[in-house]
Design a protein around this ligand. Structure first.
Ligand code: SF4
Length: 248
C-alpha cells in the first residue's frame, strides 16, 4: 500500500494543461493537410485516382476531410508536392461542406450555435452511440476520461442513459441493424439536444460509403458538429468540444 502511495506521489500531476498550454503531437500524427493549389495537374490526378476514399476532387483540388482516413497515400504519391499533412489536430467543423477544404477550416467557435453555448457551455452530458463502428473511434473517445485528458474538468461527461444526456456522440457508419436503436436513443434524449458525428464512418460512411447495409447519419439525424479522423485523435475531440461549447 505504502509503495503504491509513494509511486503515486512520485508520478505527480499528469493532466495536460490544454487549452492553457499548447499540446504538440508526435510528428508522425497526420492532422490538418496543407494543399498546394498550384501543383502539377498530373500529380493531383494521380493522388485522386489512388485515394481509397475518393476524398480528393481533381477538378477543385480540394480534399474532403469527412471522407479522408488519413492514410497518407496522397502525400507519399505526391512526395508532399500536392498534399502535406501537418500535426495540427484542429480538424472539426460545424457544417459538412466546411470539411471540403484546401486546408483552411472556418472557425468552429464562431460558427457554433450560441444557444448550445448558453445551455451546455458549463455542463454537457453526452451519450455515446456506436452505430456499427470498429471500436477505434470508441476507444479513442474513452481515452478522454484518462488522467492526461481528464474531460470531466471541463464539465463534460459521457453518461449511460440518454435520458440524462444533452446529445449524442455517434461513431461508426450507421448500419441497418443499428439505425432503429440510434433513433430510439435520440428520441430518449430530452430537447434541446445535439448530435456529434465523430470519425470518417459517422460523417461519410468511411470505407463503407455507398454500401446498401448502411444509412448515412445525416439522413437520419441533424448533425451539429463534425469531428474528422480515423479515428479522431482525443486532442481533436477535446479541441472540438471546448471550442464549440465554451469559446465565445
Ligand atoms: S490521406 Fe486521405 S485523401 Fe490522402 S489518400 Fe488517404 S484517404 Fe485519400
Amino acid at each position: 500500500m505504502f509503495k503504491l502511495i509513494r509511486t503515486r506521489i512520485h508520478q505527480g500531476y499528469k493532466t495536460c494543461n490544454y487549452p492553457g498550454k499548447e499540446v504538440t503531437l508526435h510528428p508522425a500524427f497526420k492532422g490538418l493537410p496543407r494543399l498546394n493549389l498550384n501543383c502539377d495537374q498530373n500529380i493531383v490526378e494521380k493522388c485522386a485516382a489512388s485515394c481509397p476514399q475518393d476524398a480528393i476532387d481533381p477538378g477543385t483540388r480540394l480534399i474532403d476531410l469527412g471522407r479522408c482516413v488519413f492514410c497518407g497515400l496522397c502525400e507519399r504519391i505526391s512526395k508532399g508536392e500536392f498534399i502535406r499533412f501537418t500535426n495540427n489536430f484542429e480538424l472539426a467543423a460545424t457544417q459538412r461542406d466546411h470539411l471540403i477544404t484546401d486546408g483552411n477550416l472556418p472557425d468552429i467557435a464562431a460558427n457554433a450555435k450560441k444557444r448550445f453555448k448558453d445551455l451546455f457551455g458549463r455542463s454537457l452530458q453526452l451519450r455515446q452511440v456506436s452505430a456499427g463502428g470498429c471500436n477505434a473511434c470508441e476507444a479513442d473517445t474513452n481515452v478522454l476520461n484518462t488522467p492526461f485528458y481528464d474531460l470531466s474538468r471541463f464539465g463534460i461527461q459521457f453518461v449511460a442513459s440518454p435520458r440524462h444526456a444533452d446529445g449524442l456522440h455517434v461513431t461508426g457508419p450507421v448500419t441497418r441493424n443499428m439505425a432503429r436503436a440510434l433513433l430510439m436513443t435520440y428520441e430518449a434524449v430530452p430537447s434541446p439536444k445535439l448530435v456529434i458525428a465523430a470519425g470518417s464512418c459517422a460523417i461519410s460512411g468511411g470505407p463503407f460509403r455507398g454500401s446498401p447495409e448502411i444509412i448515412p447519419l445525416e439522413t437520419l439525424l441533424p448533425v451539429d458538429l463534425y469531428i474528422p479522423g480515423c479515428p479522431p485523435h482525443p486532442m481533436t475531440t477535446l479541441n472540438a468540444l471546448i471550442r464549440y461549447f465554451k469559446e465565445r
